[in-house]
Design a protein around this ligand. Structure first.
Ligand SMILES: [Zn+2]
Length: 343
């Protein structure tokens, strides 16, 4: 979206008014624009990630390297949060969260996340977890690719906001899902971000914990099956969920989506789905959980593979999501505080 001449001032004034009420607004005055697809990039990314990648395996190491290389190629500062931990069945394993930053010195961050490990099944060594979560990882990279000109030109060097892409390791349980046999990577990263403080003063005062500089964690999971639906899990991010509903409507009305399936529903999810966001919630980080409910029919089966992906749904998600991220970054000017304030 280019702003030219005096028209630009009008847009800036409109932008300032909108941003004040942006997070709470149910009817955000969306200015959805056509941001071009890059399907070649998406397919290439997915192909690289869509291999068995259980923690400690060769595929896991390959995907980890691929994520680092891809982030650097897209102009991100890449960080690898490596640690060792003992787990059921395998004993000690080396985990590594991969994090990419644009504007690492910014006061606050929009964090987009998914997990890149695939689940271990003794009876199915070929399990690739297409929706869980190879597609979400490819979506994050593709979002960065399709917004790359904006990110590296207008967005670069902003002080109010940075962008984080987080690829969690070890989301999957090795034996049975419990609070300790699951989300190894996100637990480790949250502990680290809660223990480190920014060297300089931020809008929240001097020495703010790094975890408190994340305005919202947007977590993608179980995406890529036919006609998914996404409901709103948390009251404090319901305004953001509504803006996804609005963007979908706007794109559909202008003929930019395929089919008529409505993905983003203006309704509460009515429950909690445990995932990588749990440790962030415990630190009061606002979360927008974009997980398909009901889960894809092939979830945790050998059929969660490329043959069962639904490309129109994936393309639609990519289009809606990139517009959402673009609007968040573009409209942002003052800190957006969606945290629950305890009295
Ligand atoms: Zn899973």
């Amino acid at each position: 979206m280019m702003v030219k001449g005096s028209f630009g001032y009008i847009l800036i004034i409109v932008g300032l008014i909108v941003v004040v009420d942006y997070a709470r607004s149910q009817q955000a005055n969306l200015h959805t624009t056509q941001l071009a697809d890059d399907e070649v990039h998406f397919n290439k990314s997915l192909e690289a990630i869509l291999v068995p990648r259980v923690v400690g395996s060769r595929g896991h190491q390959q995907v980890r390297n691929y994520l680092v290389t891809s982030l650097k190629a897209l102009g991100f500062q890449a960080e690898v949060d490596e640690f060792k931990q003992s787990v059921p069945i395998f004993g000690e394993l080396t985990f590594a969260n991969v994090i990419g930053y644009i504007n690492p010195q910014a006061q606050n961050f929009l964090a987009l996340a998914c997990h890149y490990d695939s689940k271990y099944f003794a009876e199915d060594p070929g399990f690739v977890g297409a929706t869980d979560s190879a597609v979400p990882c490819a979506i994050l990279l593709n979002t960065a690719k399709t917004l790359n000109n904006y990110l590296l030109q207008q967005f670069r060097n902003r002080n109010d906001l940075g962008l984080m892409l987080i690829f969690f390791d070890g989301e999957e349980a090795f034996r049975d899902w419990t609070s300790t046999d699951s989300v190894y990577g996100s637990r480790h990263l949250v502990t680290k971000l809660a223990q480190t403080r920014s060297p300089t003063a931020t809008s929240k005062g001097p020495g703010t914990r790094r975890i408190d500089r994340i305005e919202v964690l947007v977590l993608l999971d179980l995406i890529g099956a036919r006609n998914p639906t996404f409901s709103s899990f948390f009251e404090n991010t319901d305004g953001l969920h509504s803006s996804l509903v609005q963007i979908e409507q706007t794109l559909r009305a202008s003929g930019q989506l395929e089919g008529n399936n409505k993905m983003f529903l203006n309704r509460p999810a009515g429950g909690f789905t445990d995932d990588d966001h749990r440790p962030f919630l415990e630190e009061n980080v606002p979360v927008l959980h974009l997980i398909a409910t009901p889960f894809p029919a092939n979830w945790h089966t050998p059929n969660d593979n490329a043959a069962n992906l639904h490309w129109p749904s994936i393309r639609n998600f990519n289009r809606i999501f990139r517009n959402f991220v673009y609007e968040y970054l573009r409209r942002h000017s003052v800190p957006i505080d969606l945290r629950f304030h305890r009295r």
